[in-house]
Design a binder for this molecule. Structure first.
Ligand code: OXD
Ligand code: MN
Length: 587
């Protein structure tokens, strides 16, 4: 492949010299290329080809058993000043981090092929799109990147002679967790990741570029890079409302993005279409509204719990041309995970490669096992999902996994209050990152592991963007699908029934839908959600919409303690929101 960009060529030569790669392969993204790589990985045991009728062109992979999730404690923001990384990130000075990484990368690709993957984030021809390069010695990473982003010629053409691109080098190293580093150098536009092949650590396009580095660029350039799904709601009259929604990892973004409305809504003409399931880049359009694009090209979805009941669209999206990692492999060349429809297989091989039966004491699939599937294969993909100008966003939704305190849904009073609501998000930890399962933690805007700079500066940036957009900014909401009763059962059925909440939100953005004012925000009435049609008891309905001042005052105390962490950088407007919440609760 002919590469004319001299800056790119010179840098690739440098990396080849440093890593002492045996050879260099520039990926063109073609079918022939990926077929050859897939065959190679089948031959060396990295991949198992699945049944070609049931899962055409699909492959099964297992990772190292100690390399199954994002490693937040080994993820670093290497800004020149520590205060630019802030209290929620690990920081090291760039020189100190280079001093650790240079010896690791020196000669790390000896005897290996060095793949150069040029990738495009965002639709071709979009003013919002950006080009990154990931150099890797892992063909598994190349195969995943080819699904998750637009790679090869399309990205090289988009780059042209431009010398501005995000550089990234990834090496499998020897997968030693002690040598694992996921490092971001915002001032150099550089990502270096070593000794992990897990998606969130090794597919640099995703969390490293599209969130951590992009959030820094977004601050500089006046836009937002967010951990958000994007979906479109079409009403029976054909009006479309686009919303984006931030939930922490493994809290149901993919399911919500692909929701199938209840039959009565479908019959009436309601429709949900997916623009993206994990990341949104939001910029102002010429009309002053915020428009969102999905920078990605595929879904890196959590497999366990995905079924015909919870998300048939995701199952259809991953029927063909998909990579399954760390699920269970069945003897008939299909895959299985906990929560998939039907009976478990009588015999399978689990994610560790061990024989498994339904009697086995451990799960067949790792709780963070994944499918990597092309977004274009999703039956409900929006016709606008590759629109270069993006889709206009009317509502932003925040949500966490909270078994108590937080009601099913509420609307913030305005942008500043909504920024406070997002900043105070808390959620129970999931298997998407190593450690502390179920523990309640603050996860502001679902960006705790992904904000590439000081969190308080990020909140200030949200406030600034709100000032720019004025009354054209989206309305902000908070949802909680995970509230439990005293006996530990779920209060809300979730999944398709979440449509009821989306309809209320869409109505609110159009100045419709009744709302009741409470100290924490505007809540729907039980009729506004239709609890009765759902057959939920009055008591359940009341619990789902309850705002208990005692619980919320305790929440406010805890929030006050958290806010202290940000010291002088805490925006005054957010402190004022905190004080106002407290006085509303005490009134
Ligand atoms: C993801 C995550 O993989 O958030 O999307 O961990
Ligand atoms: Mn995510």
């Amino acid at each position: 492949m002919e590469i004319e960009n001299q800056t790119l060529k010179t840098w690739v030569d440098e990396v080849a010299r440093q890593t002492e790669a045996e050879s260099v392969h520039w990926c063109d993204g073609s079918e022939e290329e990926i077929n050859r790589l897939n065959e190679m990985m089948v031959a060396d045991g990295t991949f198992v080809r699945l049944d070609p009728d049931k899962h055409p062109n699909c492959f099964y992979a297992r990772s190292d058993v100690k390399d199954v999730a994002r490693v937040e404690d080994r993820t670093f923001i290497c800004s020149a000043k520590e205060e630019d990384a802030g209290p929620t990130n690990n920081w090291k000075h760039p020189d100190d981090m280079h001093a650790i990484l240079d010896p690791l990368f020196k000669g790390c690709m000896r005897g290996r092929v060095m793949y150069v993957v040029t990738y495009l984030l965002g639709p071709p021809g979009s003013p919002m799109s950006k080009v990154g390069i990931e150099i890797t010695d892992s063909p598994y990473v190349v195969a995943n990147l080819r699904i998750m982003t637009r790679i090869g010629k399309v990205a090289i053409d988009e780059l042209g002679q431009n010398s501005e691109f995000v550089k990234g080098v990834h090496s499998t190293g020897n997968l030693d967790p002690e040598q694992r580093y996921i490092c971001h150098f915002p001032d150099e536009g550089l990502i270096l990741s070593f000794s992990s092949n897990y998606g969130g650590n090794a597919l640099q396009s995703k969390k490293c570029f599209a969130l951590r580095l992009a959030s820094v660029m977004a601050r500089r350039e006046g836009w937002l890079a967010e951990h958000m799904l994007i979906l479109g709601i079409t009403d029976p009259q054909g009006n479309k409302t686009y919303v984006s929604a931030a939930f922490p990892s493994a809290c149901g973004k993919t399911n919500l993005a692909m929701l199938i409305p209840p039959q009565a809504d479908l019959d009436a003409g309601w429709k949900i279409e997916t623009v993206g399931d994990d990341i949104a880049w939001l910029k102002f359009g010429e009309d002053g509204r915020l428009y969102a694009v999905n920078p990605e090209y595929g879904f890196f979805g959590v497999a366990p719990g995905t079924s015909m009941k919870t998300n048939p669209n995701a199952l259809e999206a991953c029927r063909a041309n998909t990579i399954f990692t760390n699920v269970a492999l069945c003897p008939d060349g299909t895959v299985w995970w906990e929560g998939l429809d039907g009976d478990p297989p009588a015999h399978a091989t689990d994610w560790k490669g061990k024989p498994w039966t339904p009697e086995s004491p451990t799960p067949a699939a790792h709780p963070n096992s994944r499918f990597t599937a092309p977004a274009g294969q999703c039956p409900c993909i929006s016709p606008e999902w590759e629109s270069p100008q993006g889709v206009p966003i009317s509502a932003i939704i925040f949500g966490g996994r909270r078994s108590t305190t937080t009601p099913l849904v509420y609307q913030a009073f305005n942008w500043v209050h909504g920024t406070y609501v997002g900043a105070m998000m808390t959620s129970e930890k999931t298997a998407a990152a190593v450690g502390g399962l179920g523990e309640l933690r603050h996860d502001p805007m679902a960006m705790l592991p992904f904000c590439g700079y000081h969190m308080a500066d990020y909140w200030q940036h949200w406030l600034n963007v709100g000032e720019t957009g004025g009354d054209k900014m989206p309305d902000i909401f908070h949802v909680n699908w995970f509230r439990k009763s005293a006996d530990g059962s779920w209060l809300w059925p979730g999944f398709g029934e979440n449509m009821r909440v989306l309809k209320w939100i869409a109505a609110r953005t159009q100045g419709k839908g009744t709302a009741v004012e409470t100290p924490i925000g505007l809540l729907p009435t039980p009729e506004g959600i239709g609890f009765e049609e759902l057959g939920l008891s009055e008591q359940t309905a009341a619990e789902l919409l309850s705002v208990d001042p005692g619980q919320w005052l305790a929440e406010a105390d805890e929030q006050a303690e958290y806010l202290q962490k940000f010291g002088e950088k805490l925006p005054a407007a957010l402190q004022a929101e905190h004080d106002a919440l407290r006085s509303r609760l005490q009134a």
